[in-house]
Design a protein around this ligand. Structure first.
Ligand SMILES: NC(=O)C1=CN([C@@H]2O[C@H](COP(=O)(O)OP(=O)(O)OC[C@H]3O[C@@H](n4cnc5c(N)ncnc54)[C@H](O)[C@@H]3O)[C@@H](O)[C@H]2O)[C@H](O)CC1
Ligand SMILES: [K+]
Length: 518
């Protein structure tokens, strides 16, 4: 799903209103309809309306986001709810559409009160509310919250009542996810037409809660025409091709893994199993000889072969030629899970990068082998290299600042500079390509933050690329599928006890749901 900037949204609105003849107030009505639906849904989840009508308080700013809130208040009133709409801001600053919505609210007997933060009566009324609507600021927010706005945010965040935000949680900067002073903690955000980067990046992602994207009638050609290099990956974006009835194993990729060492025998097993469970045709695993009996004993379908190793069990330089031959005759290679940080293993990795022309996925110690040798990656420009670091591994190979809202730019900049695909793992994993296109993942949970989880991801990527899915689709899809398997585990067994092997076991179900039926 494409992500739009605040500027692109404003431009779309301008064209719709000026050139397509849809009045701005009509867009606001449609936005309010979507908000109203979600507010009623939220209220209905907490209690049955039977005993007394739902009670909703709408905090409205003076801009058009506030206008959405005022229109929502009217719709809820018409639906029989008890509603109070309060203006948080100066009356003289109200936009024309916000004023128009106040007039329409008056027509059905409602009023837009001034927000009185010190009113005990208002506070007591709010405490009995079923839902709060946050319509203080949307994409127009440009300075830190102050005065009444801050107090309204504080009320919403401390009342323990579900909050529905209009467009974006107030206080979150739409293009960065940066918090301007303080921000509303929404339970649900209903955004209009297209999502914004602030819904997914930095603290903004946390403040957004569940995100709903409401279509409010902006003509499709305008949305399709938005030139965006930023995408959010959701279930609708993940489509796996249906398998040909006449297929054989050669059609689904011959993939090679160079992984494992003494003490790290689980990583190659998890990555190979994940590759198999994602549908790879033939999986071969090269493992240093001392670790080989353990790895081979756990893999039935994959073919594990022992490699020359040093006395301490690390891969030795003598393995180079053998590995080069295996890797060279494969469709794609994954190098690194559990490979260890020995000098000879790192040297073998670098030689492979210099000589193997197949796409290479570097994970864990495969990435560490680039520390101080980033030129090896640069020299591969033109050949596909995919790096899947977590923050620590990324820090070892780059000087980029990955804190908060800098994360997206850091990943993009690295992918651009080094001509690779970079997957920075973590909450809202980001995948970037050399042309600046980036994908933000939207699923997953903290139960996935455990050793072995990354090995599963690299195995899924390996498998999809081996099956011929272009890198640009395969990598963001793999990240989402990995997250979906994790979410399924969390639902079934909780975030504490789930293991990477449980995620592998659920990959088949997750994949099957995404297969194109036509
Ligand atoms: N995109 C659409 O299709 C539609 C958008 N709608 C809604 O309109 C808002 C954007 O409205 P806008 O009036 O441009 O901005 P805001 O309401 O977000 O902000 C109002 C105004 O406030 C000033 N301001 C900014 N920061 C502060 C601050 N910290 N303190 C005080 N004042 C501040 C600034 O001048 C802003 O211009 C969009 O998000 C949607 O919710 C339509 O209703 C439907 C169509
Ligand atoms: K808002």
């Amino acid at each position: 799903m494409k992500i739009a900037t605040a500027e692109q949204m404003r431009e779309m609105d301008r064209i719709v209103i000026k050139e397509r003849g849809i009045p701005s107030a009509e867009l606001m009505e449609r936005a309010a309809r979507a908000l109203t639906r979600t507010v009623l849904e939220q209220a209905g989840q907490a209690r049955d309306e039977g005993e007394r009508p739902y009670r909703v308080v709408c905090f409205c700013g003076a801009g058009n986001n506030g206008g959405d809130g005022v229109a929502t208040a009217r719709m809820l009133l018409e639906r029989g709810c008890e509603v109070r709409a309060v203006l948080v801001g100066k009356r003289e600053k109200m936009t024309a559409d916000c004023r128009e919505m106040e007039r329409r609210l008056g027509e059905v007997g409602g009023i837009l009160e001034d927000f009185e933060p010190d009113s005990a009566e208002f506070a007591a009324w709010c405490l009995e509310a079923d839902v709060m609507v946050d319509a203080l600021f949307g994409i127009g927010l440009n300075t830190e919250l102050r005065g009444g706005s801050l107090l309204a945010v504080h009320m919403m965040n401390t009342c323990d009542i579900p909050v529905v935000s209009a467009d974006i949680a107030s206080g979150v900067e739409a293009d960065t996810g940066h918090i301007l002073g303080q921000a509303v903690q929404a339970d649900v955000t209903v955004t209009f037409s297209m999502p914004k980067a602030g819904h997914f990046l930095g603290q903004g992602a946390i403040h957004t809660g569940r995100l709903e994207v409401a279509y409010i009638g902006i003509p499709m050609d305008l949305m399709v025409g938005v030139e965006s290099q930023l995408h959010a990956v959701t279930e609708q974006d993940v489509m796996l091709p249906r398998r040909s009835r006449t297929a054989h194993k050669g059609d689904f990729g011959k993939v090679y893994l160079l992984a494992g060492s003494v003490g790290y025998t689980g990583a190659p097993v998890l990555a190979a199993r994940a590759a198999m469970r994602t549908g790879a045709g033939l999986v071969t695993v090269g493992v240093p000889a001392p670790a080989w009996p353990v790895v081979a004993g756990k893999l039935d379908e994959a073919m594990a072969h022992p490699l020359p190793s040093s006395k301490d069990g690390d891969l030795s330089l003598e393995a180079t030629e053998l590995v080069q031959n295996r890797a060279g005759s494969s469709d794609v290679c994954l190098i690194g899970p559990g490979l260890g940080r020995g000098n000879s293993a790192a040297a073998v990795v670098r030689t492979l990068l210099r000589t193997v022309h197949a796409p290479v996925i570097l994970d864990a110690d495969g990435i560490n082998a680039l520390a101080g040798h980033i030129d090896v990656l640069d020299e591969r420009k033109g050949l596909i290299t995919i790096l899947t670091p977590h923050d620590g591994e990324f820090a070892r190979i780059s000087d980029e600042d990955i804190s908060g809202e800098h994360r997206l730019e850091a990943v993009r900049s690295f992918a651009r500079t080094h001509g690779c695909c970079l997957v920075l793992k973590g909450y809202r994993t980001i995948t970037a390509f050399p042309d600046g296109t980036a994908y933000i993942n939207t699923n997953g949970n903290p139960g996935m933050a455990v050793g072995g989880s990354g090995d599963v991801l690299s195995g899924v990527i390996l498998s999809l690329i081996g099956q011929g899915i272009p890198c640009r689709e395969a990598v963001p899809m793999a990240v989402w599928l990995h997250g979906a398997a994790g979410d399924l585990c969390a639902r079934e067994m909780g975030e504490y006890g789930m293991l990477p092997s449980d995620m592998i076991a659920r990959l088949p179900q997750v994949l099957e749901r995404q297969v194109l039926r036509r």
